[in-house]
Design a binder for this molecule. Structure first.
Ligand code: HEC
Ligand code: HEC
Ligand code: HEC
Ligand code: HEC
Length: 114
C-alpha cells in the first residue's frame, strides 16, 4: 500500500485518534451516533483544526436553542447579561473531553452540561 495520497493520510490520522479514544459518551461520539462524523466538523485537514462556533450553529440554531432552554433553573445557560448569546459553545460543550459548566467559575448554577 502506498501512503502518498494526502486525503488517505488525513483519514489514517483520524482513524488513529478514533481508535485511541476510550470514553463512549463524549460529544464527538454522540455526534457520530447521529451520523455527524469527524470530517463534518473538521474538514479533511491534517492535523484536524478545532472548529469554531460558526460550525456548530450551521446545525444548531442559536435562537431555537435559547428558547428551548429558557426555563432551565436558575437561569438560561444559552444567554446571560454578560455575554448575551455570544459565548462560544465549546466553553461548555467539549467534544473530546467531559463538558464543563463555564458559569460555575463565579456562580453556583448546577447545570448538567451534555
Ligand atoms: C461536533 C463536532 C466535532 C466532531 C464530530 C468531531 N470533533 Fe474533533 N474537535 C471538535 C472541537 C470543538 C474541538 C476543540 C476541542 C474540544 O472542544 O473538545 C476538537 C478538537 C479535535 C482535535 C484537536 C485539534 C485541536 O487543534 O485542538 C482533534 C485531533 C480532533 N478533534 C479529532 C477528531 C476526530 C478524529 C473526530 C471523529 C472521531 C472528531 N474530532 C469529531 C469538534 C468535533
Ligand atoms: C452537521 C450538523 C451538526 C454540527 C456541525 C454540530 N452538531 Fe451538535 N448535534 C447534531 C445532531 C444531529 C445532534 C443530535 C440531535 C440533537 O440533540 O439536536 C446534536 C447534538 C448536540 C448536543 C446534545 C448532545 C446530547 O447529549 O443531547 C450538543 C450539546 C451539541 N450537539 C453541540 C454541538 C457543538 C458545540 C457543535 C460545534 C462544535 C456541534 N454540536 C456541531 C448535529 C450537529
Ligand atoms: C454556559 C454553558 C453553555 C454554553 C456556552 C452553551 N451551552 Fe448548550 N447547553 C448547556 C446546558 C447546561 C445544557 C443543558 C440544558 C438542560 O438542562 O436541558 C445545554 C444544552 C444544549 C443542547 C441540547 C438541547 C436539547 O435539550 O435538545 C444543545 C444542542 C446545545 N446545548 C448546543 C449549544 C450550542 C450550539 C452552543 C453555542 C452556540 C451552546 N450550546 C452553548 C450549556 C451551555
Ligand atoms: C467571571 C465571573 C462570572 C462568570 C464566568 C459568569 N458570571 Fe454571571 N455574574 C457575575 C457577577 C459578578 C454578577 C453580578 C453579581 C450578582 O448579581 O451575582 C453576575 C450576574 C449574573 C446574572 C444576574 C444576577 C441575578 O441573579 O439576577 C445572571 C442571570 C448571570 N450572571 C448569569 C450568568 C451565566 C448564565 C453565566 C455563564 C454563561 C455567567 N453568569 C457567568 C459574574 C460572572
Amino acid at each position: 500500500m502506498k501512503f502518498r495520497n494526502p486525503i488517505f493520510l488525513a483519514l489514517l490520522s483520524l482513524a488513529f485518534v478514533c481508535s485511541t479514544s476510550t470514553a463512549a459518551n463524549l460529544g464527538a461520539e454522540k455526534h457520530a451516533a447521529k451520523g455527524v462524523n469527524c470530517a463534518v466538523c473538521h474538514g479533511t485537514t491534517n492535523p484536524p483544526i478545532a472548529p469554531e462556533t460558526a460550525t456548530c450553529i450551521q446545525c444548531h440554531d442559536k435562537k431555537a436553542l435559547m428558547e428551548k432552554t429558557s426555563k432551565i433553573k436558575p437561569t438560561n445557560p444559552h444567554t446571560s447579561p454578560h455575554y448575551g448569546d455570544d459565548l462560544d459553545c465549546t466553553n461548555c460543550h467539549k467534544m473530546h473531553s467531559p463538558s464543563e459548566n463555564y458559569c460555575s467559575q463565579c456562580h453556583n448554577f448546577e447545570y448538567k452540561v451534555p
